[in-house]
Design a binder for this molecule. Structure first.
Ligand code: 5RP
Length: 243
């Protein structure tokens, strides 16, 4: 495991804490996956110990395990949840608040939860923000192991450079029992269009392109926290945590 950068961790924690302030008693909350979400879960657990009543829906086995350890109550995966809000990290965010997600391999469950939630809060450090989606961050695509080379040949039309994600010298297996193909695309000019076209390839389960989902982006920076809303843009100065 590589050591994390303390300044980036401070930014992630600041974004997570600003998201925790938005959680209300009685809510059902989608719980994302990753190191930024870990800060959110830790803070949420403290508020639960202080009396907050919420229920969570985890987007990965990793998050479910952590939530259990921290004493965060969870709803069953197959329940009919009505999510007030989901909070998740991202690998890259563009100026329209579209995302690349799936660095941790949880993209399909993360997207189901994002679409199910009334509000979708994305928490990131400022290094995740870019003008456009694309290289050096690959677009992950979850695919069925059955016939994956055939699926990958079709995906090559969209990205000449692609790799089957590995873990410990074997294909990485998602929580859903699938593989991930990472597509290196120089610049994703039309994320919505690309998401639709990738999803039409037989064998594709889901893509890591999250388009038009984010209702609030919270960016942790060395100068404080920045809030960005889809229609209003950046609405609060750095350092203000009430955006
Ligand atoms: C997992 C994800 C994560 O949200 C994304 O990889 C960001 O992770 P981190 O907060 O560790 O940088 O999409 O599938």
């Amino acid at each position: 495991m590589t050591a994390s950068d303390p300044s980036v961790d401070r930014q992630k924690r600041a974004a997570a804490e600003a998201a925790i302030e938005r959680v209300r008693d009685g809510q059902i909350i989608g719980l994302g996956t990753g190191s930024t979400v870990r800060f959110f879960l830790e803070g949420l657990a403290q508020r639960i110990k202080a009396g907050l009543r919420i229920q969570g829906v985890p987007t990965s086995k990793q998050t479910a395990r952590l939530a259990h350890e921290l004493g965060i109550p969870l709803l069953p995966d197959e329940a009919e949840w009505s999510l007030d809000v989901a909070v998740d990290g991202a690998d890259l965010v563009d100026v329209h608040m579209n995302l690349i997600k799936g660095g941790g391999g949880a993209l399909t469950r993360e997207k189901i939860v994002a679409w199910a939630a009334k509000q979708y809060i994305v928490i990131v450090d400022e290094g995740k923000c870019a003008d456009a989606l694309g290289a050096p961050v690959p677009v992950p695509v979850e695919v069925l192991p059955f016939g994956w080379p055939a699926t990958a040949r079709h995906l090559q039309r969209f990205a000449p450079s692609l790799t089957l994600r590995q873990s410990g010298g074997r294909p990485f297996i998602t929580d859903n029992g699938h593989y991930i193909v990472d597509l290196m695309i120089e610049r994703v000019a039309h994320p919505l269009d690309l998401d639709g076209r990738l999803n039409r390839v037989p064998g594709v389960v889901e893509t890591g392109l999250f388009v038009d989902c984010t209702t609030l982006l919270i960016v942790g920076t060395d100068r404080g926290v920045k809030f960005v809303h889809p229609l209003r843009g950046e609405v609060q100065p750095y350092g203000d945590t009430t955006g």
